[in-house]
Design a binder for this molecule. Structure first.
Ligand SMILES: [Zn+2]
Length: 158
């Protein structure tokens, strides 16, 4: 696969707010130059499209965040993959605020998996208001349980 094909940073500006949509694989080949050029105003980083990240990619992103130190940064649509990095490597989150994340659920009956989007209100200030289980919509008989417990999953939100 071509280096330029496996990662893409799409930059959109809506009413003065810059939103960067990261897509694909973040690793040693990832070039965040276009992201660094956005230094200045407030920035929203959307992680929904990131499919994988390795330790080199994490290090590179941590450095990007250092370069963005003067810019208010908001993370949105943090998938379980990104949540894991934020919990393991606090500087991955750095000075950014998390506006929204996905919570993984697994059905105990049919093993169907789903991800439910939640807003920061559901995991801020030690108040976890995310559902720990819900009815499975695949088999219509099992309960979908949250994969992990809220306190651990949202450990980054201290
Ligand atoms: Zn099920």
């Amino acid at each position: 696969m071509d280096i330029n094909e496996k990662f893409k940073a799409e930059i959109k500006t809506e009413s003065g707010l810059k939103r960067i949509l990261l897509k694909g694989i973040i690793d040693e080949d990832t070039d965040f130059e276009s992201v660094k050029k956005s230094v200045g105003g407030p920035l929203v980083v959307n992680f929904k499209g990131v499919t994988s990240i390795n330790s080199c990619g994490i290090r590179t992103w941590v450095n990007v965040m250092k370069d963005l130190a003067a810019s208010p940064v908001t993370y949105e649509d943090c998938t379980p993959l990104i949540v894991r990095q934020m919990n393991m490597v606090p500087s991955f989150l750095g000075h950014a605020k998390v506006a929204s994340a996905f919570v993984p659920y697994v059905c105990e009956n049919c093993e169907a998996e789903t991800m439910v989007p939640v807003k920061a209100e559901s995991f801020s200030n030690g108040n976890f208001t995310v559902a720990e289980s819900m009815k499975c919509t695949s088999c219509n008989s099992g309960e979908m349980e949250m994969d992990g417990n809220p306190k651990q999953y949202f450990a980054f939100a201290k």
